[in-house]
Design a protein around this ligand. Structure first.
Ligand code: ATP
Ligand code: MG
Length: 412
């Protein structure tokens, strides 16, 4: 096992602008690091560079203490699992897993032992003598993983390994990957588009930026933030990370700081204003124009104990089951909230409603090119006083994490 150190990694294809523009990252031994970013931002390029399938243009790459820039891929002690699992169609499942070891001239009884161990771990025993075409997508994905596991590498690289599977299988495989990491404790770098995968699997998430509408590729190819899932969720360093982490995405509204009744607040449309926590108030000036970020899960319908601080009109309600995505019109803006279905029973499209946004769930960003964060409300902390006061996002997130852990312990 080993950690990895990436020092100022730059990767340029031909004469084009570099895809990766100076990546610095320390990945701890045994850590599960999830790499996310928009399509085309260079996630696969970074994984392939670490594996040695691409040469890096400049910078230093260490696996453990060893600089591996010039080390051949097969000598890097890394196993990579791709989105397309590319099994050998004419070989049995057993042979697919054993082949890499045979090529390395490992003794036969050692190969048999490693294949048997991986097969047992992944529940593949009954398929060992079958051909890949006789297996389902999820089973084939497990074989691809088995092929990586038997090599006992120092580092696993996963490039969107579950994206070809349906939702139910993805959930099942996600738990299997967690279980695998718990057992093997090998360093993993895992690329995904899936928010739930990223939040539930990662010890830390690294967010890589891609091109954007205003600046093109100017800000693309940089690591924007590396942190635990909750750090990124609660304290994103800029608008890019704030908008990328969390689903549905954070709402952004233009706003202005005003002083009302001697206290600083964020003024919005009409007379609407949201109070600020001390941390936010200390970071802004009266009259300052900025961007206000609010997560859709952090909005509640106003009631007697939560007086309205935003007055909106219902545009479209999308019912998803126990929760709804409610699209509101707010002046010229669209504003999305995730609200429990039962609370919307009396609410119709085109109706005017009051919303309550707590000071603790406010995120403030500069209007600069990077949308740098100014301050965060800090999130709603402590035990909720009643179910109405529960912060719906964290409840939902904790449920996902708890159910994944339950499944893991049930299975063991
Ligand atoms: N072999 C190559 N030659 C030239 N350009 C390449 C090559 N491979 C990738 N690129 C370019 O590098 C950029 C990053 O590609 P990469 O495949 O790493 O993105 P990604 O983040 O993995 O995207 P996705 O999420 O769609 O898989 C893209 O603009 C792509 O066109
Ligand atoms: Mg890719």
């Amino acid at each position: 096992m080993a950690g990895l150190t990436l020092k100022n990694i730059i990767k340029r294809y031909g004469n084009a602008e570099p895809t990766l523009k100076g990546i610095n990252l320390d990945i701890r031994d045994g850590e599960f690091l999830v790499l996310v970013g928009p399509s085309g931002c260079g996630k696969s390029t970074l994984l392939r560079s670490i594996a040695g399938l691409e040469s890096i243009t400049s910078g230093d790459l260490y696996i453990g203490d060893r600089r591996v820039n010039d080390v051949h891929p097969k000598d890097r002690d890394i196993a990579m699992v791709f989105q397309s699992y590319a099994l050998y169609p004419h070989m049995t499942i057993r042979r697919n897993m054993a082949f890499g070891l045979e090529v390395r001239k490992m003794p036969k009884d050692e190969i048999d032992r490693l294949v048997a161990e991986a097969s047992q771990m992944l529940g593949l025993d009954e398929y060992l003598d079958k051909l890949p075409k006789m297996l389902s997508g999820g089973q084939r994905q497990r074989v691809a993983m088995g092929r990586a596991i038997v090599r006992r590498p120092k580092v696993f690289l996963f490039d969107e390994p579950l994206s070809n599977l349906d939702a139910a299988l993805r959930t099942q495989m996600r738990v299997e990957i967690r279980r695998l990491h718990k057992k093997l404790k090998t360093t993993i770098i895992y690329v995904t588009h899936d928010q739930v995968e990223a939040m539930t699997l990662a010890d830390r998430i690294a967010v890589l930026s891609g091109r954007d509408k205003e600046n093109g590729t100017k800000n693309a190819g940089y690591l924007q933030q590396v942190g635990t899932p909750l750090e990124l969720f609660q304290r994103p360093v800029n608008k890019f990370v704030a908008g990328f982490i969390g689903s549905p995405s954070m709402n952004f509204l233009d706003a202005k700081i005003e002083v009302r009744n001697g206290k600083k607040c964020v003024a919005l449309e009409g007379w609407d204003a949201i109070d600020l926590t001390q941390e936010c108030a200390d970071a802004v000036k009266d009259g300052q124009e900025l961007c206000l970020g609010i997560r859709p899960q952090d909005v509640i319908l106003a009631d007697a104990s939560h007086p309205a601080n935003m007055h909106v009109k219902v545009d479209v309600i999308e019912t998803l089951g126990w929760e709804c995505h409610v699209h509101f019109k707010y002046g010229e803006h669209q504003f999305l909230a995730v609200i429990e279905a039962q609370k919307l029973a009396d609410i119709k499209e085109e109706q005017e409603v009051g919303l309550y946004v707590a000071p603790e769930v406010v995120h403030l960003f500069n209007h600069d090119e990077h949308g740098t964060a100014i301050a965060h409300g800090g999130g709603l902390k402590g035990e909720p006083k009643s179910s109405n006061d529960a912060d719906p996002h964290f409840t939902a997130l904790n449920e996902v994490i708890a159910s994944a852990s339950d499944e893991i312990s049930d299975a063991n």
